[in-house]
Write a protein that binds this ligand. Sequence first.
Ligand code: GLU
Length: 473
Amino acid sequence: MSVVTRIAPSPTGDPHVGTAYIGLFNYTLARQGGGKFILRIEDTDRNRYVPDSEKRIFQMMQWLGLTPDESPLQGGPNGPYRQSERFGLYGEYARQLVADGHAYYAFETAEELTALREAAQAEGRVIAVPSRDLEPGAAQARVTAGEAAVIRLKVPREGETVVHDRLRDPIHFQNREIDDKVLLKADGFPTYHLANVVDDRLMGVTHVVRAEEWITSTPIHVLLYRAFGWPEPAFAHMPLLRNSDKSKISKRKNPTSVEWYQQQGFLPEAMLNFLATMGWTHPDGLEVFDLAEFGRAFRLEDVTLGGPVFSQEKLRWYNGKYLREVLTEEDVTRRLHDFLAGQKVTLPNDAYFRAVVRLMTPRMEVFSEFLEKTPYFWSEEYPVTEKAQVAIEGARDLLPDLAGRLKNLPDFGAADIRAAFAAFAQERGLKLGKVMPPVRAAVAGTMESPDLPDLLATLGRDRVVARIERAAQ
Ligand code: GLU
């Protein structure tokens, strides 16, 4: 049997790193099994619905290269892939369960339910819904007469429901602790549990790989599969991504929107590599590997459950690795150029741009740092830090001579520039540490810049001399 996986995000906001993470593992499992990866939109909760969220989920998946085989965009043989377009279907399944005695019509009003819930809470048990004990024919008659009713799952009062999770020992849930969950609301809308199980079944999903937070829903799903007489899919609940204080990842402590990372100029490859290490370690100890290598080495059973920390520093480290060790210089240049164009910054992709990129690649981890760190490459109006100002003031008398020396160098390459500084320092009986920093301050306005001879060679003689002379005044 080939593997069919899915993600089933709800379009309720920004495209979340958690969706990307779960998407990566599902995509990979499907690819390994020569199977299919489905993206289904679970938009049954109209109160939380955010109109452009779905489109942004697609864009995120596309950016990451985790293209589904079937989705509302691609279509496919099991469509539609939006639950809002499948509404007609769920009622039938819910009524089938009523007919088979696995579910029942319930007529309690919101107020009655609140009272029942309070009573149940006081006694530390789940709520007992009186409609459960109605005679089925009588309940059916009330529904036929037009009375509003929900359909609830009739959870057995005794025994236990065991969830088999590929990553855990069997988990035992006591049935008496499971609520008779609503499956179909009075307005005919399905709840998550019903729609999720029916769709997984109809779409042929063999492996339900989702975040840990859904574990408590799983016994209800298992009961539903049984009630329908369907085989259960394999379940695997992935460890939740965590903030560094180990709490569940949250916007307040970590940017959680993948779009934010995109705007900061993170590379999708680095993001994927980093996400793959959340809960999984490469058996050969490799830290840097691509999606294909992940597919070769990954085994679902090897996922570890200790809460993986979504560490910004680690992600940045990965990104820097990709910039320096994985991508070619040409790739970095092209992608940075595209990134800047996306930010509406027009810089010609010429030899000068390429030289600056080469110089800065070891000094940035994400593309958003590039312009921040390099204003002096693009304009004569670059900011000058206080430290740089001090360095310039302390060397005013040296600067004109240095400018003259550089002006007359036969060749303005880094090696000759370096030699010129050394000669100058020796003649004056000064340390290089006295001679170079003021020049750096003058041409870059900051004490943090690439290696000075490289920097000067890249800026070019005319700019350099003019800037030093200006600073000397
Ligand atoms: N709609 C659920 C979500 O938003 C799906 C959970 C599941 O994968 O079953 O994540």
